[in-house]
Design a protein. Structure first.
Length: 136
């Protein structure tokens, strides 16, 4: 896991973004985050530099988390993506996971966020190490 993870937080509610960031800090996750709330800003951010992790709300104005997931898989396929939603639905969770999301967290169960983030970052770090070893 990186010492301080760079996290793109796709969330249009400042209050929900603060709850997510507070939960990460409470769980001891070292991070720097950049909150985005539009498709255009998100597209520019993933084009500028690949983050260590993407945390995305499902429902945004004119854009949704599954569309963001597809953009991340196309632009930076190795970056872990966790969908955070207030929308309950097994079908949405399945769509996210089969689309390549590392996890799906309900907003009313944010206690699951820190273990999911740790796990996603550890797997990404392991894959990066294995890729570097293969290349040398």
């Amino acid at each position: 896991m990186p010492k301080e993870a760079f996290i793109l937080l796709l969330e249009d509610s400042p209050q929900d973004a603060e709850l997510v960031e507070r939960e990460l800090r409470r769980g001891g996750i070292g991070f720097v985050s950049k909150r985005l709330d539009t498709e255009k800003a998100f597209a520019e951010a993933i084009n500028d530099s690949a983050p260590d992790l993407v945390l995305a709300d499902y429902q945004l104005r004119g854009f949704n988390g599954l569309e963001a997931l597809a953009m991340v898989r196309q632009q930076c396929p190795d970056v872990p993506f966790i969908l955070i939603s207030g929308v309950c639905g097994e079908e949405l969770a399945i769509d996210a996971l089969t689309g390549g999301a590392a996890d799906y967290i309900l907003k009313d169960r944010l206690y699951r966020l820190v273990p999911a983030v740790r796990h996603a970052l550890e797997i990404a770090d392991r894959r990066s190490t294995e890729r570097a070893a293969r290349e040398t």
